[in-house]
Design a protein around this ligand. Structure first.
Ligand SMILES: C[S@@+](CC[C@H](N)C(=O)[O-])C[C@H]1O[C@@H](n2cnc3c(N)ncnc32)[C@H](O)[C@@H]1O
Length: 200
């Protein structure tokens, strides 16, 4: 018997969430992303699991050429609308991370904000990070973390993620309970990992 996918893994779940009025995670970029890239020269950025566009639009407004990928076309349509509202352009691509390739020396910035793919998908993707980033390119990642998660879990902590993103040089690896205030679905105290790493 095939295991039933967890609810949050299904495209139908995300299409339905993004069909609700407003922006599920708000229109403002994630604060760790803002703190991690505001000093960067603009270049080519890829945002994984971009959803409704808050992070992609922020980067486009900084001058980055942004590609936003997600398997929810409903989310990406709202991302394009948000870009239009702010007078910027982003490229959107409907992809499933399960079979998406990051490319080779293609990106100055890779963004993964609350992308929580299942562990085999995550590990396959993170194995491509170094070859996908240009020299000095950055990875900015925040995701939810379960206490005592193992490498097989979907919400791993900083220790496991550090291993999975090697050999990128870790600049920040912070696991903490923090107060989220990002739209109506990221509200209140949650345990997260924040990672900033460089391809040095
Ligand atoms: C918690 S939301 C985060 C959205 C956005 N990064 C943000 O922080 O506002 C998770 C996102 O992952 C996307 N997603 C989940 N599994 C995916 C997969 N296998 N391939 C592509 N996108 C996926 C969902 O459609 C959703 O947009």
């Amino acid at each position: 018997m095939t295991a039933k996918p967890r609810q949050a893994e299904s495209k139908a779940f995300w299409d339905s969430r993004f069909s609700e009025p407003g922006y599920a995670y708000g229109e403002q970029a994630n604060d760790f992303l803002r703190a991690s890239c505001q000093d960067m020269a603009a270049g080519d950025a890829l945002s994984l699991c971009e959803g409704e566009g808050r992070n992609a639009v922020y980067l486009a407004r900084l001058g980055f050429r942004v590609t936003a990928v997600d398997f929810s076309e409903v989310g990406l349509a709202k991302a394009r609308a948000l870009a239009e509202k702010h007078g910027v352009t982003i490229t959107t691509m409907v992809v499933d991370l399960a079979d998406f390739d990051l490319g080779i020396a293609r990106w100055d910035l890779l963004v993964s904000i609350f992308a929580q793919p299942p562990s085999p998908v995550r590990q396959r993707l993170y194995g491509q990070l170094q070859q996908a980033l240009r020299p000095q390119g950055r990875l900015v990642l925040e995701c939810k973390a379960d206490v005592n998660a193992t490498a097989d879990d979907r919400y791993p902590g900083a220790r496991i993620l550090r291993q999975e993103i090697a050999p990128l040089k870790v600049v920040i690896a912070r696991e903490q309970e923090r107060d989220l205030n990002e739209g109506r679905y990221h509200l209140g105290v949650k345990r997260t990992v924040q990672l900033l790493a460089v391809n040095s």
